[in-house]
Each structure stands twice: as C-alpha cells, then as structure tokens.
Design a protein around this ligand. Sequence first.
Ligand code: SF4
Length: 326
Amino acid sequence: MSSPNVLEVEHLCVDYVSAQGLVHVVDDVSMQLRRGEVHGLVGESGCGKSTLARSLLRVLGPPAVISRGSVKLEGDDLMAMSASQLDQVRWVRMAIVFQGAIDALNPVLKIEEQLIDALAAHGLGDRAQAHDKAAKLVDRVSLPRRVLTSYPHELSGGMRQRVVIAMALALGPQVLLMDEPTTALDVVVQAEILDELDRLRRDMGFSVLLVSHDLPLMLERCDRISVMYAGRIVESGPVADFREKAHALGHPYAKHLLDSFPKLDGPRTIGRGLPGSPPSLFSPPPGCRFHPRCPSVMPICSKEQPVLTPLGVDHLAACHLNTTPQ
Ligand code: SF4
C-alpha cells in the first residue's frame, strides 16, 4: 500500500550564516503532507515558516544553509538531489507561489510570453502548442484571455496572483507550496482566490502547504495545521481539534494566537494580544522557547525542551503541561 504522505520532512535544520555566527531559523522540524490535503503552517512573523517552506524546494540562496535533514517527495530525497535532478522536480512535481506576484513576474514581458517561456523551459512543445497551453492556463484560473497580452502592471493584484498560480500549476505538480499567497490582497479577493484554489485542488488532486500568520484563515481553509514558534513546530493536528479543543488542550502559544483574533460570531469579547515578542534566534531562551511569554510557565519549562507528544489522534503538542503531572 502506498504511503498516505506525499511529502515527508525529517529533522530539517536551516541556518543563516551571519557575521555574529549561525542563526538556527528552522530547528529540527519534522512534518508530513498527506495526499490531497491542505496543510497550514502558521506562526508570527519571523518564526521560520517561510524559510521552512522555501527550503523544501531548495530555493533559498545564501546566506541560508540547509544543515541537516531530509525532504522526501514520494520517497525521493530532495536534499540528496543534484541541480539537474532538482530541475526535474521544481514545477514538474512540486511548485511554489510566493506572496508578491509582482516580484515573481517580469515587468517588461507580456503574460503570454512569460507563460510560454516557462513552458518552453520544460520542453512542452513548440511555440504554437505553448501558446494554446498558455490560453488554457488563464482559462483554468478564470482569467479573461486579454490577460495574455497584458503586462503585469496592467493587472490587479488578484489577477497577478492568479497568473502566478496558473504558472505554478502548468505542469500538474503533486505539491503546491504557497507562501502567504493572499496576504497582500483585500479579503474579498483573498476569498475568491482561495475558493479558486480549492476548486483546482479538487480537480487536479494536488496537495497544498499553505503558509500564513492568519490562524482563523487556516482554520477555515485547511485540513491540518502545524504551528511554528521560534523555528520549531510546537503543535500539529487536524483543524477540527484546533477548533474544538483550542481552549482545553494543546500548546498555550496556539491558544493565545487564536485569542488574539477578533471573532465574528458569539458573544462580544475583548481581544487579548499576546504580550512580548518572539525571541531572537541568535540566542533563543533555554528549554521551551515560549517560556518568557507563557502564562502557564512552570520551573521545568526554562530547563528542559519539551518534545512533541501525542494529545489525540494525529495531534501532537510540545508542552510540559501535557506531560507533567499537575
Ligand atoms: Fe508554557 Fe511550559 Fe508549555 Fe512552554 S512548556 S508552553 S513554557 S507551559
């Protein structure tokens, strides 16, 4: 029987080399992406989630260094691949969509030229065939054909992001990494694009790793969620568990992240922000990295690093509250 996981990450570490030494931005992260699921990777800015997502496809340049770990796509370890082997994976089997579509598109080329260039780079037929394919790609993401003859600056932010999604899906990848793909868009356009993505995912069967700082959005759009804090995954589980058990179980950071967003239904409550800020990754606190901000901190928390332990079916959290008798 084939594995339920399309992507398996084991003990991944990513460092940034700086004049002050190494900064461990992703620290021993293990996670799985199931076939056909949307997996949310959530956390405050600077927690390492974008670095993690980009390292999966090895698109990070210096000063980032992947210092340890494996990333297996259908069993093939991307970390062990040569540059030419990786070329057969990027776009073909795994693609990425970045936050700023305007930065991902060439400002002096019409959209059609950019789509054709990308298709030609992967040997997808002659120019006439690539032209037909480019037209089908804009149809696929519900854009009008006039987009093909437009320059990026002539399109709205939402249209540009749809173009980038069309490019990413051009070769039918099994995995789509989406790094804050709708953060720069207004909420209406954001919802339209995420609805479109959901339709495409059901039609094409790819899996999505969706990176965002917006936990309520993740609860609405994902099947499972992993919460990152200071370079580590501190909680991971099915979205239903986060909705139903967020105030009874789990990691205090995830609970506070949820509490810091206003709710649209139920009784009116005063939002509670999370005091303090994430630690510097140059010198993170010992033990649990959340302990200087945690309202439930215990003596053990500053001494021992908690490990991910099961809280329920498919639900893990790294917190001493779950393993220390109260
Ligand atoms: Fe808070 Fe301790 Fe749990 Fe860390 S391990 S989240 S400091 S209770």
